[in-house]
Design a binder for this molecule. Structure first.
Ligand code: HEC
Ligand code: HEC
Length: 286
């Protein structure tokens, strides 16, 4: 822990982020088994590219309260499942001038088993870094003749949750080499750049200070294997793009927007820091 970044964190307190106590608490030692059947990998060895920073990577689940963690053990208790059901309704609903629904072409959402674990990725046809949101909107506009969904709109985020659930329990495995490499490098650079009035980078909080308490929050490693998450505070689904925006805003910075080239690259990079953790489908956060 560098004193310098701790001073920044203390300054964050002064600006209203309220560092509750300079306490450090270990991630909770616990296992996540869903519905008594599916055990998820929430702790594992850091991927090679992170070995200078961490030995072990942890899902954000380990940093939440007993009550919040419990909500994720049972799909009946997981409030995110209501939104998955809403997405299933829109999956089956005809929309747009072509008279099609997602189901017309893809049958059931199970068709996307495994996809979430590899996302974001460089699309083989376009050669461009592609987020799940973009696949969905391409189908809506080019194949259905329907309106785009906004990046952080509810139908979009709910659909992300439905598709993510199809990969629950699979290890995150995003490619960082080959055509993905330049995007990954760009994302990494953003991760370590200090932004805003507080001059803080993602790494200052989620790498140098994870385990500390900030704003009555137990600071995690900022992993996105659990995304999209159900956020109790918002009573709805939150996407990774939206979370990034919130975190940058907290450093009093001009933020990049969801869907910007910067945040797309950042999503690839942050996802790669969780390679080996399970996709959690819809996780639950406070
Ligand atoms: C001033 C400290 C701070 C900075 C800087 C910061 N975050 Fe966060 N972040 C938080 C806090 C506090 C939370 C909520 C508690 C937690 O999950 O760590 C959070 C949560 C997250 C989460 C949700 C993790 C989960 O499992 O629910 C992600 C992802 C994340 N941050 C990514 C980032 C990224 C990417 C950046 C840089 C653009 C960043 N954060 C910058 C403080 C920060
Ligand atoms: C008219 C047929 C059609 C409709 C309707 C349609 N899609 Fe697609 N979708 C496709 C085709 C074709 C592809 C490209 C498959 C490929 O490149 O291998 C695709 C690709 C995708 C992918 C990327 C899959 C992958 O493995 O790369 C996602 C995600 C997706 N669609 C989601 C949706 C959703 C959600 C809806 C409804 C909102 C929808 N699609 C509606 C035909 C359709």
């Amino acid at each position: 822990m560098k004193t310098h970044t701790y001073a920044k964190l203390a300054m964050a307190t002064a600006l209203g982020l309220s560092l509750a106590a300079p306490a450090v608490a270990d991630p909770v030692d616990d296992k996540l088994v869903v519905d008594g059947m599916l055990e998820l990998v929430t702790t594992t060895s850091a991927p090679d590219h992170l070995s200078d920073a961490f030995d072990t990577i942890y899902s954000g689940w380990h940093f939440r309260s007993d009550e919040t963690r419990d909500l994720q053990r049972d799909d009946f208790d997981n409030p995110g499942m209501v939104f998955v059901d809403q997405a299933l309704d829109s999956w089956n609903a005809v929309d747009g001038s072509a008279g099609q629904s997602c189901a017309s072409c893809h049958d059931g959402p199970e068709a996307f088993e495994g996809l979430r674990a590899q996302m974001p990725r460089v699309d083989a046809k376009t050669g461009e870094l592609t987020l799940m949101e973009e696949y969905i909107n391409t189908c809506r506009t080019e194949r259905m003749g329907a309106e785009k969904w906004g990046w952080t709109s509810n139908p979009m985020k709910n659909m992300l949750a439905l598709i993510s659930l199809q990969s629950r329990g699979m290890p995150v495995d995003v490619a960082i080499d080959g055509p993905a490499q330049p995007y990954w490098e760009k994302g990494k650079e953003i991760y370590y750049t200090r932004y805003g009035q507080l001059e803080m980078s993602c790494a200052n909080c989620h790498e140098d200070n994870y385990g500390r308490m900030i704003r009555a929050d137990h600071l995690s490693q900022g992993q996105i294997n659990g995304f999209p998450v159900y956020r109790l505070k918002h009573a709805g689904i939150l996407s990774a793009q939206q979370r990034f925006k919130g975190c940058v805003r907290d450093t009093r910075a001009e933020t990049f927007n969801p869907g910007s080239e910067e945040f797309k690259a950042l999503e690839l990079y942050v996802a790669s820091r969780g390679n080996g953790l399970s996709v959690e489908g819809v996780s639950v956060r406070h």
